[in-house]
Design a protein around this ligand. Sequence first.
Ligand SMILES: Cc1cc2nc3c(=O)[nH]c(=O)nc-3n(C[C@H](O)[C@H](O)[C@H](O)COP(=O)(O)OP(=O)(O)OC[C@H]3O[C@@H](n4cnc5c(N)ncnc54)[C@H](O)[C@@H]3O)c2cc1C
Length: 507
Amino acid sequence: MTYDSIVIGAGLAGLVAGAKLAREGKKVLVLDQHTIPGGYSTSFTVKNYTIDVGLQSMDGLYERDPKIPIFEDLDVFYNVEFVHIKTGYYRFTNSREDFSLPDKREDAIDVLIRQFPKEEKAIRDFFETIETITTHTHKIPRTKALQAMIGPLVPILYSSIPKWGRRNAGEMLDMFFDNEDLKLVLAGTLLYYSDDPYKLSAIIFALALSSHFKGGNHYIKGGSMKLSGHLANFIRENNGTILLGQKVTKIIVDKGKAVGVEYVSKKDLTATPISVYGSFIIANASAPQVAFKLLSEEDGKKLRDKIKGMTIGHSTTNVYLGFNKSLQELGHSDFATVVNDPSVFTLKDVFSNHYGDYTKRNYMFIDYGQIDSGMAPFGKSTGIISFIDNIESWEDIDDEQYEQKKRDIVEIFVNRLNELIPGAKDFIEYKGIANPRTKMRYTLNPAGTSIGFAQTLSQAGMKRMKSKSPIENLHFASAWTFPGGGFSSTIWAGWQAAAEILNKMKD
Ligand SMILES: Cc1cc2nc3c(=O)[nH]c(=O)nc-3n(C[C@H](O)[C@H](O)[C@H](O)COP(=O)(O)OP(=O)(O)OC[C@H]3O[C@@H](n4cnc5c(N)ncnc54)[C@H](O)[C@@H]3O)c2cc1C
């Protein structure tokens, strides 16, 4: 059987691309090496606690959010419930500051001015600037006919904000503010996008912040698997096929064109691969995997040259917790808490902190029990601690050391959480951990990153790899390509790849 499109990977971008193509009547095959779809957009249940692997909050969902027409087109709003996180954006705490930042722009400005009155003008100017950047990048037509042009439009608009296109987030914050604590507060959730404020593109930083303040924070009731599960069902209902537990081992290229893939069951990787053919191939799998493993030496040369020297994004370690009570009983009232170690005085201290002593490492705690998240039985709750980590610190150790390290890290962060929320430790009924090595094993993303190539100035925005690859009919749709990592970006990437392919199919 020949397909119109074969998608390698059922991560979010792969599922969105597959769903859109199936919706338009194209014959779609999605292959994933894991036994469940979603990639990082997955949740799992253990001891009645549902743990989200890759969603803590979703930005946007404001009127002109580019995700809205995508969700409408793919029936997402009928099938997936988005819960507004009413506790606000996040609580920030270090030894010097401790307050909650609302997720509404005007409220956030008021709170920040109250905390940092000397910076009033700078705060207002900063919010004005991030709003302007978002308005420039999000001028997307809402009509169906023009939606197909989403991809080509965005890079043009990126170039209309050159001043910030040449700056990193650290420089941007330094240009606006004098107070280092204020900069640290605003960089509170930066760990989602980068390990270094002085490398992260200012535009990516501004877009992320502004999107949260425009639409507020949302969570998918029941966990991110609800979204992935819906998209997978949508593909099947539209006559698409999803094969799980099947690892793609090769992209078949004929006379410079991608024409199919070879795959093999994960249960027996030594079996003879099965060949399947399609007019277009979409790689949701990482760009380095495509370049170095799925394409032959000769076919992959251009792609390898293109990505040579590019930096891979950071990874995180997560400590998963199931509490047999709600933490509200202990007076805890925030969904997200950003905990900075007191030794981090300036933005310049942030990068080294991320790779320093675990007992001092900045972390974020998400308490899913603060909202109607559907992640635990009534009266119980789940929580996740996240901090930046690198795969190197989990490699080159034997199995026993690895298991011991996991136990030690859980212990360190449970104790640190207990300092933040006294008594929380006594409520813990389930503890788990996922480190960069775990993430690499489950998603095959190099170094266990979830953001693809680092969103540095030379790798973000216009400069990021696009859906189109150097091989004809091979497209990318993942965090590795434009616009980058995160739910909003990968949903957009999947949509763009589908739109480009649909346009080509018309020719
Ligand atoms: C702890 C954590 C918290 C996060 N929190 C948020 C958040 O709050 N908000 C937000 O917006 N984003 C968040 N993210 C980021 C977000 O989850 C990811 O950026 C996004 O889900 C990546 O999607 P993707 O389409 O690139 O695919 P991936 O999730 O990387 O999936 C790729 C898929 O391809 C499959 N695959 C790879 N190679 C092959 C092969 N050879 N054959 C077959 N299948 C293959 C893999 O099995 C996988 O299913 C978080 C991530 C993590 C890890």
